[in-house]
Design a protein around this ligand. Structure first.
Ligand code: MSP
Length: 567
């Protein structure tokens, strides 16, 4: 079942910041987890949205043409995503021909079918600012320009509209039939509430005049005087990138229930759009309606009978700063440089871990806080996975010359830990952690998904506390058949093998650090193995008794809680 995962395409009017990196990171982690599950094609897309008026304005303010400015900032986004180690399979820029030609094709089909029609737009116009204002804004300004004080004028102009109102019932049905289409539930309810208020057709074009600022954008097919509104152009990126012979299977197939699609043209692919709450309406309502409209054109003989609905729109909340929205005017953004400073000091994977586990994944905003960063770093990473792996590695080195011990009597430790209240059935512990990871990933709970590995780490810690292998070692002699030796072998085997499985589950969040551990422990997972195989305790990819493991560097050094934030 192909899995297609997308992020918003970001405006290139400015440089990327933590918010953009966060959504791309969440999608990256999900894509890495899906790739691990194996046996399926995973395709992860991110990119930039370039035909926006604010890009033109910002370019002019920097003395550049729109495309020069877009080139420069698109490169900044690509650099930022490389820095966070995003594993995207493609990077779309909406100024690329491959996208523009598809958009023209889609819009032509929609004009032909009547889903896009020509009408006129009437509204309050500020002649000085050359912009229309909504009724609410116009009223707030007492129908006067805030700049010149001159009265706003009532103006009408030709415009193209998308017949959104025609899709109300079908959208409602789509929501009813697919209760997880928009997640989390709080966001779904918001959309449903607004949907009930009714839908108006949406203007989807802007006029082209002599002003160069109006000339950046894709022209409405057959009408050079109008360009396609940036949002309509942008949403189509999700389809245009995979609308090629070798990628079309990635797009979810049209519903067989609609009876319009031949069986061989359907795919059971899924497509998940990760976005934040700011752009929910576009993704949850306008975009599915556009897809419905496009699919409807198949009745007139277009090739769009393969077009089904995206599967999920996951809309997270916002990173904020001391409870306040991050904004240019407040100058309180967490910039890439700051994330880089954290990565230099604590490692990139620690930054990924913090963002993924403490971020605004659900409906509540999250505050970026240095003290929280250090607390989570110490507890999950330095004292968690870092400490466990180095402790176990050191004991294997010290007592068994760095060779993975055997596990001939898995229960022999019981004789030395008579007060143990837990079973420590490692096969079950690992199976449960995997189940937790899969459950969380299926509900797009990326934070829960990566925390599954920590369940195993915590179990290893309590196992060591209960069995006290270092005490057993003190009474062990050279006799290879002694009870002590056999118990110690079993304990350390269990610990190391369980930590190997933990490292697999932690790897989508911390690919570099886990790869480092695999190198030290000589257990890099082979390509093509499924997650289930990799996570089976003492299964086909288990640590082999006798296999040499090296004493590597500590993965995460403890951090001083009193230290100031890196700058
Ligand atoms: N270009 C449109 C999206 C078109 S998608 C077909 C756009 N671009 S944007 O540059 O403004 O990016 C908005 C997205 O950036 C949000 O939906 C979210 O993914 C991310 N974030 C921006 N600020 C954010 C926070 N403060 N916190 C978390 N994510 C945020 O809208």
């Amino acid at each position: 079942m192909p899995r297609y995962i997308t992020t918003p395409i970001y405006y290139v009017n400015d440089r990327p910041h933590i918010g953009h990196c966060y959504t791309t990171l969440v999608a990256d982690c999900m894509a890495r987890f899906e790739r691990l599950t194996g046996g399926t094609r995973v395709f992860f897309l991110t990119g930039t949205d370039e035909h926006a008026d604010k890009v033109v304005t910002s370019a002019a303010a920097h003395g550049m043409s729109a495309i020069q400015w877009a080139d420069r900032n698109a490169a900044e986004f690509a650099k930022a995503f490389a820095f966070i180690n995003a594993s995207n399979d493609d990077f779309i820029r909406t100024t690329q021909d491959r996208h523009k030609t598809r958009v023209v094709e889609y819009v032509s089909a929609l004009i032909k079918s009547g889903a896009i029609y020509q009408g006129s737009y009437e509204g309050w116009y500020d002649e000085n600012q050359e912009e229309y204002l909504t009724e609410t804004v116009a009223k707030e300004q007492e129908y006067k320009s805030t700049v010149t004080g001159k009265p706003l004028v009532r103006r009408t102009e030709k415009c193209y509209f998308f017949k959104l109102s025609a899709y109300q019932a079908r959208l409602q049905k789509h929501f009813d039939d697919n209760p997880t289409f928009v997640q989390p539930d709080a966001r779904r309810n918001e959309v449903l509430g607004r949907l009930r208020d009714g839908l108006n057709d949406v203007p989807i074009s802007r006029p082209v005049t002599d002003d160069p600022a109006t000339q950046f954008g894709i022209r409405v097919p057959g009408d050079e005087q109008h360009r396609i509104y940036v949002w309509i152009d942008a949403l189509f990126n999700y389809l245009s990138v995979v609308d090629t012979d070798d990628r079309r299977e990635l797009w979810p197939g049209a519903s067989p229930l609609r009876g319009e699609v031949a069986a061989q043209q359907r795919t059971n692919a899924t497509c998940t759009h990760f976005i934040a709450k700011d752009i929910l309406w576009f993704h949850a309502v306008i975009w599915p309606a556009m897809l419905m409209a496009l699919q409807d054109t198949a009745a007139q003989g277009t090739r769009f009978n393969f077009v089904g609905m995206s599967t999920t729109v996951y809309s997270h909340a916002y990173w904020v700063r001391e409870g306040r929205k991050m904004s240019k005017s407040l100058k309180n953004f967490i910039e890439i440089e700051q994330l880089e400073a954290y990565a230099n000091k604590y490692s990139l994977d620690a930054v990924r871990w913090y963002l993924l586990t403490q971020g605004p994944l659900h409906a509540t905003d999250a505050d970026f806080s240095h003290s929280k960063f250090v607390e989570v770093y110490n507890s999950d990473l330095a004292n968690g996975i870092g400490n466990s792996t180095s402790r176990v590695g050191n004991m294997i080195e010290k007592y068994f010359g760095g060779k993975v011990p055997g596990n001939q009597a898995a229960d022999a430790w019981r004789a030395f830990a008579t007060d143990a209240t837990q079973e420590f059935n490692w096969s079950d512990i690992c199976k449960n952690a995997l189940g937790e990871g899969l459950r969380a990933s299926n509900s797009h709970d990326v934070g829960g998904c990566v925390l599954a590995g920590l369940i195993i780490v915590r179990a290893v810690d309590s196992f060591i506390n209960v069995t006290r292998p270092f005490s057993i070692a003190k009474t062990m002699d050279a006799d290879t058949t002694s009870k002590q030796r056999i118990a110690l072998e079993g304990i350390l085997y269990n610990c190391a093998e369980a930590l190997r499985i933990a490292s697999i589950l932690l790897s989508p969040a911390m690919p570099q650090k886990m790869a480092q551990l695999w190198q030290i422990w000589n257990c890099t997972p082979p390509a093509g193995a499924t997650l289930e195989q990799l996570c089976t305790f003492a299964g086909p990819h288990a640590l082999k008794p006798g296999q040499q493991i090296a004493k590597g560097e500590v993965l995460f050094m403890r951090a001083d809680t009193a230290e100031a934030a890196p700058a």
